[in-house]
Design a binder for this molecule. Structure first.
Ligand SMILES: NC(=O)c1ccc[n+]([C@@H]2O[C@H](COP(=O)([O-])OP(=O)(O)OC[C@H]3O[C@@H](n4cnc5c(N)ncnc54)[C@H](OP(=O)(O)O)[C@@H]3O)[C@@H](O)[C@H]2O)c1
Ligand SMILES: *[C@@H]1O[C@H](CO)[C@@H](O)[C@H](O)[C@H]1NC(C)=O
Ligand SMILES: *[C@@H]1O[C@H](CO)[C@@H](O)[C@H](O)[C@H]1NC(C)=O
Ligand SMILES: *[C@@H]1O[C@H](CO)[C@@H](O)[C@H](O)[C@H]1NC(C)=O
Length: 353
């Protein structure tokens, strides 16, 4: 039931963090071509989706897309990691998404999953039903906190691989810089939490074994990134979900503010203004802004019309982009995901950073 075309139809523009200007030049040169391809892609996606979901919600969401998105350039569809692999800039997040809700129909090639989301079997089923060849997909999974001990990592990975129905992951992340002992619920393994290097070494071994193509980290603050990278690593972490350091590509999770704050995020006046000016939706403004800042973005939705909507990113005019930057930095950062209290950790996992 799953198929996709859109990334195939869009040009693959490689962009490393910090190369926005050269990308822009490139974009202008290819402006006409990009626009033409974008129009075809959007029409294709709309027609396909129309066949799939004949709902009023879908059409109202699409209306915004069709109106004048053709006047906006496309943002990069991929970034290149140190391994040379190209990671699609927009993923479908599948936290709190269950069966049948991981829709590759509209062109997602990047699925951001995790062992702990407890839906890898459903994701695997959806992938199996899709006609997208494995090598065109980007599958991310995450090592859960109870499996950080070197001897537990490969069995945990194998379980994810088997549920997903694949023999390799494109990216495997240490989900949190928090190691729990396997026997108890949330009993901290202090050594592996303080120093994740043994965990990392095992992951490097699994890269060499061909079971993982790239390894990365998630929820590591700067101090923790530096602690890990102070070791002589065979493979540097390729990405960090949420915070960015030198040479690490940022993956922005909960880009809409997660369930709790999505309403608030979408009604920020600057976001609404830019959306109505450009004829796109507030969610598209936020997702585009993330990609334009040079990050991978992982919006989650279980709603077909939104799944389609969220894949369509647009290069925002500079003045609108700056308006959003100003709005975003005019208040202290608000963290929406922090399990430190829930896990009764004797420290804040982010150390307030
Ligand atoms: N590494 C980590 O520790 C970590 C932590 C958190 C998240 N993540 C990843 O990031 C992904 C996204 O984060 P998230 O799920 O917390 O939050 P999110 O993507 O910021 O927000 C999801 C919420 O926004 C709604 N939504 C989505 N698209 C919308 C649209 N176009 N218009 C209006 N509402 C829309 C969704 O509703 P519906 O689904 O009902 O449509 C859902 O309520 C996760 O699925 C996961 O893959 C990773
Ligand atoms: C943790 O590290 C300390 C100091 O290196 C060591 O004495 C202790 O046995 C370790 N604990 C575990 C559970 O491995
Ligand atoms: C990382 O931090 C731990 C705990 O403070 C320390 O034992 C370890 O030596 C550090 N690693 C490096 C490479 O500095
Ligand atoms: C997009 O459409 C809206 C509403 O139709 C219009 O006000 C706006 O000027 C258009 N924007 C662009 C960039 O064409």
């Amino acid at each position: 039931m799953l198929f996709s075309q859109q990334y195939q139809q869009l040009p693959t523009v490689d962009k490393q963090t910090g190369e926005r200007d050269s990308f822009r030049k490139d974009t202008r040169k290819r402006g006409f071509c990009l626009r033409a391809i974008a129009i075809i892609a959007i029409m294709w996606a709309s027609l396909t989706a129309a066949r799939m979901f004949r709902s009023k919600g879908f059409w109202s969401a699409c209306h915004g897309l069709q109106r004048n998105s053709s006047t906006l350039a496309q943002l990069p569809s991929h970034y290149t990691l140190p391994s040379g692999d190209k990671i699609p800039s927009v993923a479908l997040g599948v936290w709190q998404a269950s069966k049948g809700e991981t829709a590759l129909e509209v062109g997602y090639k990047h699925i951001d999953g995790a062992w702990i989301y407890r839906n890898e079997e459903e994701v695997g089923q959806a992938l199996k039903e899709s006609s997208v060849p494995r090598e065109e997909l980007w599958l991310t999974s995450k090592l859960w906190n109870t499996f950080h001990a070197p001897e537990d990592i490969e069995p945990a990975l194998d379980q994810s691989l088997s549920m997903l129905g694949t023999d390799y992951l494109d990216l495997y992340l240490i989900h949190w810089p928090v190691a729990f002992k396997k026997e108890g619920s949330n009993i901290l393994d202090e050594n592996l939490t303080a120093d994740p290097y043994p965990t990392w070494q095992k992951l490097e071994e699994l890269v060499d074994k061909g079971k993982i193509r790239n390894i990365g980290i998630s929820n590591f603050n700067i101090r923790r990134v530096q602690n890990l990278t102070a070791n002589k690593l065979k493979y540097q972490p390729a990405v960090n979900q949420w915070s960015k350091e030198n040479g690490l590509l940022l993956e922005a999770y909960s880009p809409l503010g997660s369930d709790k704050q999505v309403g608030q995020s979408l009604s920020v006046p600057e976001v609404k203004d830019v959306a109505s000016k450009l004829g796109i939706t507030p969610a598209q403004v936020l997702i585009s802004w993330h990609v334009q800042r040079g990050t991978i973005v992982l919006p989650k939705s279980v709603t077909p019309s939104r799944i389609l909507e969220n894949l369509n990113v647009f290069e925002l005019p500079q003045e609108d982009f700056e308006k959003l930057e100003t709005a975003a930095t005019s208040h202290p950062p608000q963290r929406v995901v922090n399990p430190s209290n829930g896990w009764k950790l004797p420290f804040d996992v982010f150390d307030g950073q």
